[in-house]
Design a protein around this ligand. Structure first.
Ligand SMILES: [Mg+2]
Ligand SMILES: [Zn+2]
Length: 180
């Protein structure tokens, strides 16, 4: 199975500097639901892999994290799309866990649990750590510019993504065009 891994904040929904803490702060980009559906239609399952250290900091409650997940699922479903699973790192950066991106633990777990062909899969993110996590496990990588980074930032990456897209919809155009 070939899949697309999506970072959440800055890819699926608007990021914010003080953490996206609850459903009222969750602004899903208007193109996200149909972009996910187009991936599904092209034969890709979709998994969300998200660093959420706000949970460890006590800034985001587990209930709110799951309510935001439900809201994303609801919006995607209303466009006919499907997200197959959500993986979160709930640790602090200082915990040095194996799941917080750029560590690839969430992608590896998903691959083991779902029999994913990582070399045929894609990681779409808005930060360098997303790109690194994807590259470590051999995925194709796409950076989107709907988070905090500019094209200039992307050009300074130690290891460049395979593609830079203005947003998730354009990233999906690339994946579908390149991947089938
Ligand atoms: Mg992000
Ligand atoms: Zn972790």
């Amino acid at each position: 199975m070939r899949v697309v891994f999506l970072d959440r904040d800055g890819v699926i929904n608007e990021d914010r500097d003080d953490y996206v803490k609850n459903v009222s702060e969750l602004k899903v980009f208007p193109w996200t639901p149909s972009a996910v559906r187009r991936l599904n239609d092209a034969g890709f399952d979709v998994y969300v892999v998200s660093n959420q250290q706000g949970v460890a900091k006590g800034i985001i409650s587990e209930d709110d994290l799951l309510a935001m997940q439900s809201e994303i699922v609801r919006q995607v479903k209303s466009a006919g799309g499907r997200i197959n699973g959500f993986y979160y790192c709930r640790h602090l950066a200082s915990d040095k866990c194996s799941c917080r991106k750029p560590e690839p633990g969430m992608l590896k777990s998903a691959a083991m649990e779902h029999g994913i062909d990582l070399a045929g899969s894609y990681m779409i993110g808005d930060s360098e750590r997303d790109i690194i996590a994807g590259k470590v496990v051999g995925c194709h990588t796409v950076l989107v510019l709907t988070g905090k980074l500019t094209l200039g930032d992307a050009e300074a990456f130690v290891d460049a993504p395979d593609y830079v897209a203005c947003d998730l919809s354009a990233a999906v155009d690339y994946v579908i065009g390149a991947g089938s």
